[in-house]
Ligand binder design. Structure first.
Ligand code: NAP
Length: 461
């Protein structure tokens, strides 16, 4: 079945019935923008305002009345007024009895008040049926028609009939209502537009922390150590060499961290013998931001590709190649082709290219426009099977990069191994544990647990 069919239906306005008059309290930015959109969709609109004088800003076709007069003309009243002014509704309580009041308000801070604005409105006007809606849509988007990114309108309320009336309006405006349940959900809906990239916080903070750690680590090994022991100034490594070391390290670690929570979840489920007990909070949160972790990893991998492409035009690299050629010419010596090194170098590059190709494929399939068009099995195949293959290729790329100097004592400076060796720790752990989990003695019980079987049903919560 086409996944989008429900959306298509939701967007189709119901043109068969005559539209009922809608009242909007407040002729501010939002009230006017919503009124304009409603008139365009065929709704007669009346405004309730402190000033009944109409102005050129009021949408054409709408009438302006006092609050009491306007309220009497419609069954649905949209309260397009800030919460701190709701007091004026108390004297209107009798007129508003039985009416559907739509709370569209937002706050400036998350959990600013003990109760949501919609619940506060319901307390002020107890005889009315309060529905929360439209707060995630901006006046600007309504006016300019740029609603593509935010077509969803969260709706909640205790009265089912009132909620369905509001959802019908949402659909008629070409938007998609999302029923979020009772008025208890209003606080969450009000907090929603105030969140700042909630799923990105952990991946970004983690990558900033790891970047800082590996920057100072590489600085100590590759710039300070040669300066102290060999009196060589490699401070220019800060511009390209060190970033090109940090980027692949972070890409690999973050990619491994995308798959580590899945492996941990499998171990926990095997240990508990059930899937019906909640994971610890930290694991739940970690699992929720795996897509973002993967996209940050992809950004680092792309930067690594760019830095690598410019290696041949770097002054230092051109100087090193030409001085080696000159020294060979002066000594009348040529280095024979080392086939082992040629194999290592080509394999390292080939693994990197294939790994990056699959990495990009993973990134593309995580885009909503693509993931909405593949079924669950296809999505799992790409994100899990191809994801692990990407991790294997990128880990192998790093291992082969080390080549025959991988564990050589000369690569240690101040007892510190090369930074890329540290980047292998998490991916290797993930791959080894995943490999162990594939064994039938573990895979079979895990599959059964994930299908609902429980070892000790009485202990599940
Ligand atoms: P606004 O431009 O400040 O307008 C609010 C309107 O409230 C005023 O134009 C005024 O209308 C009325 N008002 C002001 N003080 C009042 C008082 N003491 N008593 C009674 N009415 C009073 O605000 P807005 O941007 O339109 O936002 C209105 C509501 O929509 C807010 O709750 C906001 O959180 C929500 N919202 C806004 C947006 C947006 O993009 N702007 C998006 C989503 C939700 P009259 O002069 O006609 O009485």
């Amino acid at each position: 079945m086409n996944k989008n069919s429900s959306n298509t239906m939701a967007l189709a306005p119901n043109t068969s019935s005559k539209r009922e008059t809608v009242c909007i309290f407040g002729t501010g930015d939002f009230g006017r923008a919503l009124g304009h959109k409603m008139i365009q969709s065929g709704y007669p609109v009346v405004f309730g305002s402190r000033s009944t004088q109409t102005s050129s800003l009021i949408p054409k076709g709408a009438e302006v009345f006092s609050h009491a007069e306007a309220a009497q003309k419609a069954a649905i009243i949209i309260i397009a007024i800030q919460r701190q002014h709701y007091d004026f509704l108390i004297p209107l309580a009798e007129i508003l009895r039985g009416k559907v009041l739509v709370d569209v308000s937002n706050n400036v801070k998350i959990n600013q008040y003990p109760e949501s604005n919609a619940e506060y409105l319901a307390q002020l006007v107890p005889g009315a049926k309060v529905v929360k809606a439209f707060n995630t849509v901006s006046a600007w988007a309504l006016q300019s028609g740029t609603l593509d990114a935010s077509r969803q309108v969260f709706v909640c309320g205790d009265d089912m009939e009132a909620k369905h009336m509001v959802m019908a309006i949402v659909r008629a405006l070409g938007l998609t209502p999302v029923d979020r349940g009772s008025l208890l959900a209003a606080q969450e809906i009000e907090n929603y537009p105030l969140q700042l990239f909630p799923m990105w916080k952990f991946p970004i903070l983690l990558s900033l922390g790891l970047t800082a750690f590996f920057f100072f680590y590489c600085l100590a090994r590759d710039v300070i150590y040669p300066y102290v022991y060999e009196n060589k100034d490699f401070s220019f490594f800060i511009a390209i060499s060190i970033p090109n070391r940090i980027c692949p390290i972070l890409a690999l670690i973050l990619l491994a961290l995308v798959y580590l929570p899945g492996v941990l979840a499998a171990i926990i489920q095997l240990y508990r013998g059930t899937k019906y007990r909640r994971f610890p909070d930290w694991l739940d949160k970690w699992m929720l931001c795996r897509k973002q972790l993967g996209l940050v990893a992809l950004a680092f991998a792309s930067l690594h590709v760019l830095y690598t492409l410019i290696i041949p035009i770097r002054f230092f690299v051109r100087w090193r190649i030409s001085s080696r050629i000159v020294s060979q010419a002066l000594n009348n010596k040529t280095e024979p082709l080392n086939t082992t090194n040629a194999w290592l170098s080509d394999s390292y590059l080939a693994l990197g290219i294939l790994g990056f190709f699959l990495f990009v494929l993973l990134g593309i399939t995580s885009l909503p426009s693509i993931s909405n068009n593949v079924n669950w099995r296809e999505f799992r195949f790409v994100q899990s099977k191809l994801g692990y293959l990407t991790l294997i290729l990128c880990t192998a790329h790093t291992l082969v990069y080390g080549g025959n100097r991988f564990l050589s004592p000369s690569s240690y400076r101040w007892y510190l191994p090369n930074a890329y060796m540290l980047s292998l720790i998490v991916p290797c752990i993930v791959l080894v544990v995943k490999f162990v989990l594939i064994f039938p003695c573990l895979d079979k019980p895990l599959t059964r647990i994930r299908q609902g079987w429980e070892r000790n049903p009485q202990y599940s919560e």
